[in-house]
Structure formats: C-alpha cells, structure tokens
Design a protein around this ligand. Structure first.
Ligand SMILES: NC(=O)C1=CN([C@@H]2O[C@H](COP(=O)(O)OP(=O)(O)OC[C@H]3O[C@@H](n4cnc5c(N)ncnc54)[C@H](OP(=O)(O)O)[C@@H]3O)[C@@H](O)[C@H]2O)C=CC1
Ligand SMILES: CCCCCCCCCCCCCCCC(=O)OCC(=O)COP(=O)(O)O
Length: 325
C-alpha cells in the first residue's frame, strides 16, 4: 500500500519533472540560441565594419602597432601605415601585400613617415594621410615611448619628450583628422593607453602622466563627438612582449636599452592586437586588457587610496634597494 504522503511526493516530483522538461529546458535552449544568434550577428557586423575601412596605424614599425597593422589588414582594411622609419614601413607594406588571403579583396597599404614630436610634420602628415584613400574611417593612435627614472634625477626635457610623443602627438594627429570625420559624420578614434593611464607606479612619472593625460583627453573627446557619430575607444593594456622597455628613455635622456622581465613575460603583441581588433569592431569605449592584479590595483586606487599609496611606496623602496645592492 502506498501511503498518501508518498503519493503526494510522487505527484510533486512528476509535476516538477514536467515543468523542468516543458519550461526550464526549452527556456535554457532558447536563451542559448538567442545568445548564439547575437554573437553571430555581432561577428557579421564587425566584419562589415572593418572590411574596406580606411585604418591609420601609428607606430606601425614595431611591437603592437605592427601586429595591429597585420590584424586590420587581414580583416580587409585599407591601411595607412605611419612611423618614423620609411624603410621599415615599406618593408611591412610589402610583407602584407605578399600575404595571401583567398576570397578576400585586399588593399595595398599606403605609408606616411613622420615624427609625432614634430607638430609641423604631424600637421603635414595629416593631409598626406587623407590623400592616401580620400578619407579616414579609423585612426589607431598606437605609437608611444616609455620612461624609467626617479623624478629627482629626471630633466624636464625628458618629461617633455615623453609628453610630446605619447600625448601631444596623438592629440595633434587626432585634431588634424577630426574635421573630415565630423564632416562625414563618421569616424572612429582608437588610442592605445596603458594600465598606467589609470594608476601610477613609481619610477614611471613621465610615462604614467602622459597616459593619464591621454585618458582624460580622449574621455572628453568621446563625449564631445558623440553627436557627430564618431566613436572613441581607449585601450589600456598591461605588459606586452615588445621593445617598449628597450626603447624607453631614462632621466638624462639616454636610451634604457634593456628588456625588462615584466615586458619579456608580457602578452604576445599578436594576441593583444586581436583584442584591439575586437574592441574596435564592437565599438567598445574603454577597455582594460590585463589580468586580475592590475584590475584590483585600479579598484584599490579609487576605493582604498591610502592602501594603494602604501603599496606603491613599498614598491618604490624595494626597487630602490634592489638598484643600490
Ligand atoms: N609593451 C607594453 O608593455 C605596453 C605598451 N603599451 C603601449 O603600446 C603602444 C605601442 O608600444 P609597443 O609596441 O609596446 O612599443 P615599441 O617600442 O615596440 O613600439 C613603439 C612604436 O612607436 C613608435 N614611435 C615612438 N616614438 C615615436 C615618435 N616620436 N614618432 C612616431 N612614432 C614613434 C616607434 O617607432 P620607431 O620604430 O621609429 O621607434 C614604434 O613603432 C605604446 O603606446 C605603449 O605605451 C601599453 C601598455 C603596455
Ligand atoms: C594580493 C593583493 C594584490 C594587491 C594588488 C595591489 C597592486 C599591485 C601593483 C600592481 C601594479 C601593476 C602595474 C602594471 C603596469 C602595467 O601593466 O603597465 C603597462 C605598461 O604600459 C608597461 O610600461 P613599462 O614601461 O612600465 O614597462
């Protein structure tokens, strides 16, 4: 004999099973389907956005810029490669043109040589860039230089050089290209900043200051040009395996010339370039490309500044001791 309680619980279980199979499962599958469709649509839109777009990449001769050039080229963009070294730019243009992408219409890249610290040259380069393909859809402000030194030992000329390269250069280039974007009611300004545009670490004063200024400028720009249909994407990566530390400037203006351990252990520039491509394709506004420690540091800086400053002071004293020993 089955008791009334057992029958009740059996009935309850059967009802639950029915609800699960007729409601929960189809709901779950439906959600998964909608999510999949959304991702597919996003990918299709992204591809269409990048294909045939005129993309300008500064600092294309090395590291992240070079990999961004390859990634945008593979996506079918019309590239304008910018840098200081004409031979290196032309070599990259040849390498890209020689690479095979069946079933895709590829475009021969254009090259423009100029130094971002020379404002007259940057203005002239703007006009040259516009002549390449007649307009610019996406500007990737990537070129940059880092710095290593103690504030007390650093000449103001070094602070100026880093600011000219990382801040005034991209600002000037953006200002030259912006009017034509506003006129067309279309354009996208992408700037490679750094985790150090959000937090300041000791012995990087000039670099961190230039990247904080960059963050502020492009945040203002984003708000101002929204009405003109122009997108602004700011990307803040953590360490990337490039020549950034080798090319860094020191307090007396000389080249640092060494590959730092953090840089050598950083992410591959090709992987970061794929993240840049995705961020641009999805029209993201502010992207941090780093693991959890820099993320935590960014949150600590605003939520527990006292603790953050103590950690940075400890870091400074440790670094000073290891240099002196
Ligand atoms: N590597 C890293 O760990 C990180 C890098 N970043 C940022 O990524 C960007 C790219 O750096 P990365 O690839 O790592 O470093 P690299 O040193 O490899 O590349 C820097 C590029 O910038 C160009 N450049 C430097 N100064 C000037 C100038 N005055 N005028 C024109 N071009 C110039 C260089 O040209 P040339 O070949 O002529 O020297 C080179 O192409 C920078 O903005 C950097 O701050 C951000 C976070 C982490
Ligand atoms: C377990 C508790 C953890 C608490 C975390 C507190 C904060 C730790 C400090 C984290 C500092 C991160 C610095 C990241 C710097 C960075 O990624 O910079 C990218 C660059 O631009 C590199 O340029 P550089 O010239 O400095 O090589």
């Amino acid at each position: 004999m089955v008791s009334q309680a057992t029958r009740k619980s059996l009935l309850k279980r059967t009802a639950m099973d029915l609800i699960t199979s007729t409601t929960v499962l189809p709901l779950l599958l439906g959600c998964l389907g909608i999510f999949g469709l959304f991702r597919l649509l996003q990918r299709v839109r992204m591809k269409a956005y990048l294909r045939n777009a005129v993309v300008v990449v500064t600092g294309a001769t090395s590291g992240l810029g070079r990999e961004c050039a390859k990634a945008f080229y593979a996506a079918g963009a019309k590239l304008v490669l910018c840098g200081r070294n004409t031979d290196a730019l032309e070599e990259l243009a040849r390498e890209l043109t020689a690479s095979r992408f069946p079933q895709k219409q590829m475009h021969k890249p254009c090259t423009v040589t100029f130094d971002l610290t020379d404002s007259a040259a940057t203005m002239a380069a703007g006009a040259e860039i516009l002549q390449c393909f007649g307009s610019v859809d996406i500007l990737v402000n990537n070129a940059g230089i880092s710095y290593r030194g103690a504030i007390v030992d650093t000449t103001v000329d070094v602070d100026r050089k880093v600011m000219e390269t990382n801040y005034f250069g991209p600002v000037a280039l953006t200002k030259v290209l912006l009017p034509s974007m506003i006129k067309r009611k279309r354009g996208h300004i992408v700037t490679i900043s750094s985790i150090q545009g959000k937090i300041s670490v000791p012995f990087r004063s000039a670099y961190a200051a230039s990247k904080h200024a960059t963050q502020a400028f492009f945040d203002c720009l984003r708000a101002e040009v929204k009405q003109d249909g122009i997108e602004v994407t700011l990307i803040s990566p953590g360490y990337i395996r490039t020549n950034l530390s080798v090319n860094a400037v020191t307090g007396d203006g000389s080249r640092y010339g060494a590959m730092d351990r953090n840089t050598a252990q950083g992410r591959s520039p090709a992987d970061v370039a794929q993240d840049v491509l995705a961020a641009v394709g999805k029209k993201k506004k502010d992207v941090v490309l780093a693991d959890w420690v820099p993320f935590l540091a960014i949150y600590l800086r605003s939520l527990a500044p006292g603790l953050f400053f103590s950690i940075m002071a400890f870091r400074a004293s440790k670094e000073r001791k290891s240099k002196n020993s």
